[in-house]
Design a protein around this ligand. Structure first.
Ligand code: MG
Length: 169
């Protein structure tokens, strides 16, 4: 099942520290948007997330966004946070992560994907050869039955991951 397991798990992005990322040996971050940086389909930027982005930039990490969302959903948000974006990335296809790493000018193994979904973010990052840090979703997608359906399987995988890898929590 290790193809579904991240290198590290945190509840929220603001709990990810520069030392966490340095322990993974990465210099670049490939960020998901929905339920990672903000709620599903929201344009709202919280102070916690804004401060985290600034802190990581100050610590020297390079960042870009890799999202499965349409450009019209993703770009207004990434304009707000001042980052480039690969939209419609078709995760778990690895292509979006490869484009993101190239844009940062870093080898894939020096990049970490941060996202909230196992069957897109974790699987895609494994296929792409980038590291993976999984977050818990900010809120469940009650109006998206397909995502909600997958969440049930994710719950079981995360439970087993927590039991098996307490050192990655
Ligand atoms: Mg997401």
């Amino acid at each position: 099942m290790s193809i579904f397991y991240p290198a590290m798990l945190r509840e929220r992005i603001q709990y990810v520290t520069p030392d966490d990322l340095r322990s993974l040996g990465v210099e670049g971050i490939l960020l998901d948007v929905d339920n990672t940086l903000t709620k599903f389909h929201s344009q709202e930027l919280s102070d916690e997330v804004a401060n985290w982005l600034k802190m990581m930039q100050d610590e020297g990490f390079k960042m870009t966004v890799v999202s499965n969302g349409f450009a019209k959903r993703v770009l207004p948000f990434t304009d707000k946070i001042g980052l480039d974006a690969v939209s419609l990335s078709c995760k778990p296809s690895p292509i979006g992560f490869w484009r993101g790493a190239k844009r940062l000018g870093l080898p894939r193994k020096k990049c970490v994907a941060i996202g909230d979904q196992i069957f897109t973010d974790v699987l895609g990052s494994k296929l792409a050869g980038v590291k993976m840090l999984l977050l818990m979703p900010i809120e469940l997608e009650y109006n998206r039955p397909t995502i909600l359906f997958r969440r049930r399987f994710e719950k079981g995988i995360v439970r087993r991951f927590r039991e098996k890898h307490p050192e990655r929590l």
